[in-house]
Design a protein around this ligand. Structure first.
Ligand code: HOC
Length: 367
């Protein structure tokens, strides 16, 4: 009889049996000593709850909206590269699971399914789908991606701002991480004319990616990005209040507090630890979301109590995909939904608006 995971940690454990060591390492690793990777989780464990008692919580409502679009729960799937490494249906399976649960999805530029194929799933069910991008060295490439994203029906552009260069993940270096020849970068290959699926060896992929990233991008380039598309702009990877202020001034409609799952600057602060600062800096002028370390319904509750409008999950989706494709992702989402539902009841919150900072007590180290 198949073992059925009952929480996201069990999905992670089971996924290990379904993935090659190279893929598992690519998905699970953080940069250098993986301090930030671990601290993203530890930050949630440090925050304690002060539940409110004797509140009528018989009717619970987990729904919300982000940038005016409804969500069944305050959850989106973070952009993650190469999802076909986990399951042949890759990003399409993820999109179906997100759409049927009424949660959002951000598609990575580095996807292994085309943005049009993924958008077709979202458009059918009118789900929140955003497209993640970089401002590439090749502006023509960025422009072409942005135009395709708009035409396909993505509702926002989610610019990654924490990757002027790629963080160093030593497990990938050791493994000489490479894509198997049957997978390709569905959104880039056709535009750039570069069929990277035929690149073999670690250097091909990393060199290609390094050539694409542009370490010269600054705040000024956001004007250009907004001039080529009517889509709202979201900045992903903000970890300081002053950058949040700058993001708002630059026209960002939402901010994703993120350290890229601990994969970029090791030693960077845990997302949760900087959330309150960023919510204060955004001052209600941009919606604030968070990713990094969400594994339990109580983590969502804590992030919302600190002012996040919603959270994103990354790796657990890959574990769900690896274990059972779309069914696995759907199950991962429903486990989190159930946990959030119970956590709200146990905290005296019938609806998301009832979740506020009075639910929290910080340890000395956080105050
Ligand atoms: C080898 C190229 O954001 C990550 C992604 C970047 C994907 C490009 C890797 O792995 O964190």
């Amino acid at each position: 009889s198949r073992f059925q995971p009952i929480n996201l940690f069990e999905y992670e454990k089971l996924a290990k049996e379904h993935l090659s060591q190279m893929t598992l390492d690519y998905y699970s690793s953080g940069a250098w000593d993986e301090i930030t990777l671990r601290d993203n989780r530890a930050a949630f464990e440090r925050v304690k709850l002060r539940p409110r008692t004797l509140v009528d919580v018989s009717d619970r409502n987990l729904s919300t909206s982000i940038l005016g679009q409804p969500l069944q729960l305050p959850l989106l799937i973070a952009p993650m590269a190469f999802q076909c490494l986990a399951h042949p249906d890759g990003e399409v399976a993820t999109a179906i699971a997100a759409a049927s649960a009424g949660v959002g999805m951000v598609l990575s530029t580095m996807a292994t399914k085309s943005m049009e194929e993924v958008a077709a799933v979202g458009n059918k069910q009118n789900t929140l789908q955003w497209f993640q991008l970089y401002i590439h060295k090749d502006r023509g490439l960025t422009r072409a991606l942005v135009e395709r994203a708009y035409a396909a029906g993505y509702k926002a552009l989610c610019l990654t701002v924490d990757a002027p260069v790629l963080g160093q993940r030593e497990r990938d270096q050791r493994n000489e991480f490479a894509l198997p020849p049957n997978l390709h970068l569905a959104n880039l290959a056709t535009i750039s004319g570069l069929d990277i699926s035929h690149e073999t060896g670690e250097s091909g992929l990393f060199t290609y990616f390094a050539q694409q990233l542009n370490p010269a991008v600054t705040w000024r380039d956001l004007e250009w990005l907004q001039s080529i598309s009517p889509l709202p702009l979201i900045l992903k990877g903000i970890l300081r209040g002053d950058d949040a202020v700058r993001a708002v001034e630059s026209g960002a409609r939402a901010i994703i507090v993120s350290n890229h799952g601990g994969r970029q600057l090791d030693g960077a602060i845990a997302s949760l630890d900087v959330l309150a600062e960023i919510v204060a800096a955004a001052d209600g002028k941009a919606e604030v979301l968070l990713d990094g370390g969400i594994r339990r319904g109580t983590d969502i509750l804590k992030a919302l109590a600190l002012g996040a409008k919603a959270v994103l999950i990354g790796r657990p989706v890959l574990w769900g995909l690896a274990v059972a494709g779309q069914v696995g992702v759907s199950h991962v989402i429903s486990l989190l939904q159930d946990e959030l539902n119970v956590a709200m009841a146990l905290s005296g919150c019938a609806k998301l608006q009832d979740i506020d900072s009075s639910l929290l007590r910080f340890n000395q180290s956080l105050s």
